[in-house]
Design a protein around this ligand. Structure first.
Ligand SMILES: [Zn+2]
Length: 402
């Protein structure tokens, strides 16, 4: 019973955290940064289907696209806005007046105005240095506000920027009327510890909404996103199955589930919709969901190992931290090289078959040999055939024995 009291303690701590901190807002950018993944191009009906699936999953904000790309992109954004889904549609723009005009034509109510903030990017992309960055923020954010748009200022390559300059950027953005600053780890150079420190400094310096935008080149996007939220970020950019530029972005399903599971933070995401969203995006992007993809992969609740299956059959809490039922899924057991007697017995029971202890040992040996030879799990049909061979041989032995 010790386990139960530990869980109760954890539950209490989590509910305290939930009341102490407001809901974390996830901003899904599958339709913008996700589409920037090489070779991915969504058609308008696919964009609408993705937006609908995200709305159904309770995602409160989505980045719908980049209006400056042209009339087709604007038409797609207009179609999503016209669908009147229960989410905020945000367009991505460069820090330019003509990009703002294109966003106005797309019908969105909020934009992310992106501007390079690291010295290396400023030197390569803008002539006027840091001063030009600040001037552009002032003029373009003011212009967008005049046009009635809510504004997030996106600091491109924030993670390689001088912290002092970031503080200036944030102050000027607020002064110009922005409501949010996006800290973009564009090149994925952060780890959770530096992310926490950086966001904590910004959190202390401003009352703007803070959004973390993490990339996954080192496999740290989810961890960095959690660290940023722990340090006070109010918003997080995510994409479905992590689809995005290079190694992609922080995956929606991982961030949503880790926040509630580990940090006790609510996002409003409906877990049982996550597999559906992943399938919609996977199909439109022509990117299969890897079997071992956290939360939504086909095999993440499938067990073969004898030790784990035996434990799960006795008490699911032995090897279950995340309850698959929350995701509308369930455990699945397969038999193969790593199976033990308990899983063979359970699989035979499913087939209404039984075997003696000696027969089970023989069946297990044959199951393992078949799995090794075929490099795969053993189907129930094959198990039935093995059971028949073993029990027939046994009957023969009994019949022919003196
Ligand atoms: Zn990005």
């Amino acid at each position: 019973m010790a386990r139960r009291s530990n869980n109760d303690g954890l539950g209490k701590a989590q509910s305290l955290l939930s009341t102490a901190f407001p809901r974390v807002i996830l901003n899904d950018t599958t339709l913008r940064d996700g589409e920037q993944a090489p070779g991915v191009a969504f058609w308008i009906d696919e964009k609408l289907a993705i937006a609908r699936a995200l709305a159904r999953a309770g995602v409160p904000e989505i980045e719908v696209g980049t209006p400056a790309i042209g009339v087709h992109e604007i038409a797609a954004i207009r179609a999503i806005v016209a669908a009147d889904l229960p989410l905020k549609a945000i367009a991505w723009c460069r820090m330019r007046l003509d990009d703002v005009d294109a966003a106005v034509a797309s019908g969105v109510g909020m934009i992310n105005l992106s501007v390079p903030v690291s010295d290396v990017q400023i030197a390569a992309k803008l002539r006027g240095g840091r001063a030009e960055v600040l001037d552009r923020i002032t003029s373009v954010v003011n212009y967008a506000r005049m046009k009635g748009l809510d504004v997030s200022v996106g600091g491109e390559d924030s993670s390689r920027a001088s912290v002092d300059f970031l503080m200036e950027v944030v102050a000027v953005a607020k002064e110009a009327g922005a409501r949010r600053f996006r800290l973009a780890d564009t090149l994925s150079v952060l780890d959770p510890f530096t992310t926490f420190n950086l966001v904590a400094i910004l959190r202390e310096a401003t009352d703007l909404e803070l959004e973390i935008h993490a990339h996954d080149d080192l496999g740290l996007a989810t961890a960095n996103t959690l660290a940023a939220i722990q340090a006070g970020a109010s918003h997080a950019s995510v994409t479905v199955i992590g689809l995005g530029e290079r190694a992609g972005n922080a995956p929606l399903e991982e961030v949503a589930m880790a926040l509630v599971q580990i940090s006790g933070r609510e996002t409003g995401i409906i877990p049982s919709e996550l597999v559906r969203v992943a399938n919609v995006v996977s199909e439109a992007a022509k990117r299969p969901v890897p079997l071992n993809k956290a939360i939504v992969g086909g095999h993440v609740f499938t067990h073969e190992s004898g030790i784990h299956v035996d434990g799960l059959l006795k008490d699911r809490h032995t090897y279950q931290a995340l309850d698959p039922v929350v995701l509308g899924r369930d455990h699945d057991f397969v038999i193969g090289k790593h199976s033990g007697i308990a899983s063979i017995k359970a699989s035979l029971a499913k087939l209404d078959l039984c075997a003696s202890t000696a027969e089970l040992t023989t069946i297990l040996a044959r199951v393992r040999a078949h799995a090794i030879a075929t490099k795969g799990a053993v189907t129930l049909e094959k198990l039935t055939a093995i059971w028949r061979e073993v029990s027939d041989a046994n009957t023969e032995r009994h019949v022919t024995s003196p």
